[in-house]
Ligand binder design. Structure first.
Ligand code: PLP
Length: 474
């Protein structure tokens, strides 16, 4: 492994100048190193080739199909990168005065207005830097709301068993007790089970709709009414907004709070832990609880309003990742009414693939899906190759594997999200490959288990990699 990732041939690629001059720089000599720390040494050209070589080994959407369910690895228009890199945006400092930053504040204000339309909410905060961060912000708002209302006994948050793992984690971090509600045979929240959980200790429900099975909760309005009649709030996990844009929204479903993921739906590439944004929208009665500042407009001037009565405070030192906001705004303007078509295509593509694959792989919830669907590899598992083996085999055909073993309520889960940006040809080729793998497993599972053969790193010990990560150059 070292030979691939780590190199050093003793050639020095940089010159730090005269050591005497360093002494004149005013830095105290006590800070000087006495001996080198053994950093790798290579010429400039070798360094460049090394990184290019490493980047070629990465898989990315620019290289191929990336159907990672729930993660929305779609194509993001490159022009938005250009816009985010405009000097006026890129060189802005968060401590500049409002007067100095009118253009940026206008963009943020307009973006808030667009998000109000898209989500149906009454106010937006652009602070949270990720989906889970948005959830945390939302849960902090729920907590403060009930404190101010004098209902601090509401300590429970209900979460469906199909939920994304960040939901219980975020609620728990705010001190809530997590109560799970089961899904019924249609993969939706079991209403009777929900009714049994309701009393005055319940603060909120966190729901994803479409849920993580890619299925739209048909009884969502009934659920909203039940929760509101119980004096509880509804939180909408809108990470996968590309399923519904322009067709419906959380306000129409009577939710109180929502977060959306710019780094899934709104044109920021993700994966690898790069910057993202998870703006949160709330209904009018929760506006006074948002983190400060909020961008507002008065007499044609934009300003940061710090005066928010019951604000939960800051959730981030400054405004979120600004470049991500620029991309989202550009994307929303560029798409215009076509946002609706993007969602239609995302749903169409998912249903098309689902119908092609359901004869070779089990489809535990055989209903029309939204932007994604979940197969089960149980049949293949019984034939000797579990889902992870199918994922590895796909890599040999140049595909990024789908999400596997999530959601937890499906055994041997294979969660596929083709996204709106792929063509029929790509989907057909992927389906052919998946079908071919299922046939290979029937005939010769041992051969399938030999994959991946084409990748730099073959089968890895994931436990060891997580427990004892080897990250440093040595
Ligand atoms: C991705 C995702 C999240 C978390 O978003 P991050 O930005 O990764 O924190 C939450 N819920 C759902 C349904 C998601 O798909």
């Amino acid at each position: 492994m070292k030979t691939i990732f780590e190199k050093s041939n003793g050639v020095c690629g940089v010159s730090v100048g005269d050591i005497e001059q360093l002494s004149e720089s005013g830095i105290s000599e006590s800070f000087f190193r006495e001996k080198g720390i053994g950093l790798p040494q290579l010429s400039e050209l070798d360094v460049m080739r090394h990184y290019k070589e490493l980047s070629d080994r990465n898989f990315c959407i620019e290289k191929g199909f990336y159907p990672l369910g729930s993660c929305t690895m779609k194509y993001n228009p490159k022009v938005n990168e250009l816009l985010a890199n405009l000097e006026g945006f890129n060189n802005l400092h968060p401590l500049q005065s409002d007067d100095d930053a009118q253009g940026a504040l206008e963009l943020m204000y307009n973006l808030q207005e667009k998000l109000k339309q898209i989500t149906g909410m009454d106010a937006i905060t652009l602070h949270p830097a990720a989906g889970a961060h948005g959830e945390l912000t939302g849960m902090m708002i729920v907590k403060k709301y009930f404190e101010v209302k004098g209902e601090s006994q509401r300590k429970k948050v209900i979460i469906p068993d199909s939920a994304h793992g960040t939901n219980p984690a975020s609620a728990k971090m705010c001190g809530f007790e997590i109560v799970e509600v089961k899904s019924n045979e249609k993969g939706q929240v079991d209403i009777e089970a929900l009714k049994n959980l309701l009393d005055d200790s319940v603060a909120a429900i966190m729901m994803t709709n479409p849920n993580t099975l890619g299925i739209f909760e048909e009884n969502v309005i009934e659920i909203s009414k039940l929760m509101h009649n119980n004096g509880s709030l509804l939180y909408y996990d809108g990470a996968n907004f590309n399923a519904i844009m322009g067709w419906t929204n959380p306000a129409l479903m009577e939710f109180d709070i929502v977060h959306i993921n710019f780094h899934k739906t709104f044109s920021t590439p993700h994966g690898g832990g790069g910057p993202g944004a998870g703006p949160v929208g709330v209904k009018e009665y929760l506006k006074e609880f948002l983190p400060y500042p909020i961008v507002e407009k008065e007499n044609n001037k934009y300003y940061r309003n710090y005066n928010i009565k019951h604000s939960i405070g800051k959730v981030r030192a400054f405004f979120g990742n600004f470049g991500v906001l620029v991309r989202a705004y550009a994307y929303i303007l560029m798409m215009g009414d076509n946002l609706k078509l993007a969602s239609a295509d995302a749903v169409l593509n998912a249903n098309y693939l689902k119908e092609k694959l359901k004869y070779n792989y089990e489809l535990p919830y055989d209903y029309p899906c939204m932007h994604e669907f979940v197969l089960s590899g149980e049949k293949q598992h019984a034939q000797g190759v579990s889902t992870i083996g199918i994922a590895k085999r796909l890599m040999d055909s140049g595909y990024h594997p789908p999400t596997v073993y999530f959601p937890l309520i499906v055994h041997e889960a294979i969660m596929i999200e083709p996204t709106e940006s792929e063509s029929k040809e790509v989907l057909d080729n992927f389906a052919d490959t998946m079908i071919k793998i299922s046939e290979e497993i029937e005939k010769n599972p041992g051969e399938v288990l030999k994959s991946p053969k084409t990748t730099t790193v073959k089968k890895i010990d994931e436990t060891l990699a997580a427990r004892q990560p080897d990250l440093a150059f040595k």
